[in-house]
Design a protein around this ligand. Structure first.
Ligand SMILES: CC(C)(COP(=O)(O)OP(=O)(O)OC[C@H]1O[C@@H](n2cnc3c(N)ncnc32)[C@H](O)[C@@H]1OP(=O)(O)O)[C@@H](O)C(=O)NCCC(=O)NCCS
Length: 186
């Protein structure tokens, strides 16, 4: 049975002096989250979707967020500054008994907030959540081999490269290799 346990809201001050709030996404965040994802998709080619490609309706996103909140092995985290979404991390654990201890996440931050520690904070909360809940034993991610900034951040957080997935992501007709990275947490 899935048990819902709400995560406490966390606050921290970025080096710029800005107050950042980290909290779990809820159903009512769906519309703002879709708007945020549309905005960040235009700011980078490192995501699995570009502008107009995310393809989820507000209702579908509401259902997904609700599912994440109810599942004890999934976490959708939002980073906000004064109520505005500036970053997001979505981790989904496996749905079967044999895979429920592991899962993969995606992360993004609005470009104007890059380099201020927003992703670092989101990653720390994900690890803390996984360690405390004792359900997830491994966190995984895929990242383009040329996304050096992200790779350096993941390595600093303890993620290890486990292999290369060739030509896995195609952007405007050009296909890129991805690294599969993982970190054991239990
Ligand atoms: C990759 C990404 C998520 C990183 O987010 P971020 O919030 O800029 O990351 P952080 O600020 O936590 O860390 C990045 C750098 O800022 C530095 N930093 C951390 N805290 C800082 C702070 N308080 N003040 C200034 N710099 C800081 C870090 O040392 C790090 O430096 P590095 O480049 O030497 O590694 C963001 O650039 C992004 O959304 N990119 C586009 C989408 C993407 O690539 N997603 C990942 C796909 S796998």
């Amino acid at each position: 049975m899935l048990i819902s346990v709400d995560m406490e809201e966390k606050e921290l001050i970025l080096r710029s002096g800005t107050r950042l709030t980290l909290r779990e996404a809820r159903r009512s965040d769906a519309a703002a989250l879709l708007e945020y994802l549309e905005a960040v998709s235009a700011e980078t080619d490192y995501l699995t979707f570009g502008p107009g490609e995310f393809n989820l309706s507000v209702e579908e996103e509401e259902t997904y967020l609700e599912k994440c909140q109810k599942a004890n092995n999934s976490l959708y985290l939002l980073a906000e500054v004064e109520g505005r979404l500036v970053g997001a991390l979505s981790f989904e654990g496996g749905s079967r008994v044999r895979t429920r201890h592991t899962g993969e996440f995606g992360i993004s931050v609005r470009k104007e907030y890059w380099g201020q520690g927003v992703a670092s904070a989101l990653l720390d909360v994900l690890t803390e959540w996984a360690v405390e809940r004792k359900i997830i034993r491994k966190l995984n991610l895929r990242v383009r081999t040329d996304n050096r900034r992200a790779i350096r951040l993941y390595e600093r957080k303890g993620y290890v490269t486990e292999g290369t997935i060739r030509k896995e992501l195609c952007v405007n007709g050009e296909c890129y290799d991805l690294l599969w990275m993982g970190m054991l947490v239990g």
